[in-house]
Design a protein around this ligand. Structure first.
Ligand SMILES: Nc1ncnc2c1ncn2[C@@H]1O[C@H](COP(=O)(O)OP(=O)(O)OP(=O)(O)O)[C@@H](O)[C@H]1O
Ligand SMILES: [Mg+2]
Length: 273
């Protein structure tokens, strides 16, 4: 496996892959399994939506994909490179450049203006040019609010600014965790339309977790996180109660069964070791 591996069967190349991810958390003396073999190849330029009941592990999965947390076992591959092998510094640099994050609660810095918030990810890399921030505020329809602080903006306006910020370093991958979760239905739809427009026109890969089945249907690939695994979205939603992390002698298959054509394509085992 290497970075120059050609895309199979006309599929776009893999940009990010979750390979058999297991993750459990401690709750007192008990270990709570959350992910139990979640796997998926995320391909260039496509939008993947992930639904799942509250507590099913959507945020946990997105954190692993962004390298914010490490799995107990399994790997996250960025263009076929195992991100767990990156040094701490390289991981932070990779995340800052390759990944744009959008959160439910916007997470704008209150002391900064909209323009400063958008330009912050570039400033962290020593880039001082404000012009790309202007262009992004224009693209999200917020140029008229460039000097406003987050608390002077509505929720929908703050999320537009946050989307502009996520795009500031021109990342290949956008990861959005319930980006409309704090918004009313109409505003949420406007924000999601904007996000999808920008994702498609700029050729980004978008991984989007949402509770909203209407939003989920907008994805090119619609997944559900159920029982700790990623499945096609026609599966019922059940929380991960009985799943457990594998031992080296468990004999479990490394790859989940593939049950739908897009999963067959997207989880092409030839891309996995
Ligand atoms: N740092 C942590 N320590 C302990 N338990 C955690 C931690 N993070 C998440 N969990 C637990 O893992 C499970 C999955 O949480 P997660 O936030 O990933 O779910 P979710 O699908 O995003 O839920 P929601 O739809 O409510 O956002 C939950 O039971 C949660 O309590
Ligand atoms: Mg969540």
């Amino acid at each position: 496996m290497n970075e120059t591996e050609p895309p199979e069967k006309g599929n776009p190349p893999s940009v990010l892959a979750a390979e058999t991810l297991y993750k459990r958390f401690r709750a007192g003396s008990a270990a709570v399994p959350v992910l139990s073999g979640a796997g998926m190849i995320f391909r260039e330029g496509l939008c993947y939506t992930i639904r799942g009941v509250s507590g099913s592990g959507k945020t946990t999965l997105l954190h692993l994909l962004a390298g914010l947390e490490a799995p107990d076992s399994g790997r996250v591959l960025y263009r076929n490179q195992d991100i767990s092998r990156f040094s701490r510094k390289r991981l932070a640099g990779w995340r800052g450049r390759a990944i744009g994050l959008v959160f439910q609660a916007y997470h704008l810095l209150p002391e900064l203006t909209a323009l400063e918030n958008v330009n912050l990810p570039a400033m962290l890399f020593g880039e001082r040019d404000a012009k790309p921030g202007w262009a992004l505020l224009e693209a999200v329809g917020m140029i008229h609010r460039c000097n406003h602080r987050p608390w002077e903006l509505s929720g929908g306006e703050q999320q537009r600014v946050a989307i502009a910020r996520a795009l500031r370093n021109d990342p290949e991958i956008l990861i959005a965790d319930e980006p409309t979760g704090n918004l009313d239905e109409g505003t949420g739809l406007e924000v999601i339309d904007l996000l999808l427009d920008l994702q498609r026109s700029r050729g980004k890969t978008l991984v989007l977790a949402t509770h909203d089945s209407r939003l989920a249907r907008m994805g090119d690939r619609q997944l559900v996180l159920t029982g700790g695994k990623l499945e096609p979205s026609d599966r019922p939603l059940v929380p991960p109660t009985s799943a457990s992390a594998p031992s080296s002698s468990s004999g479990e298959p490394r790859h989940a069964p593939e049950s739908q054509s897009f999963l067959r394509e997207s989880e092409n085992p030839s891309l996995l070791p």
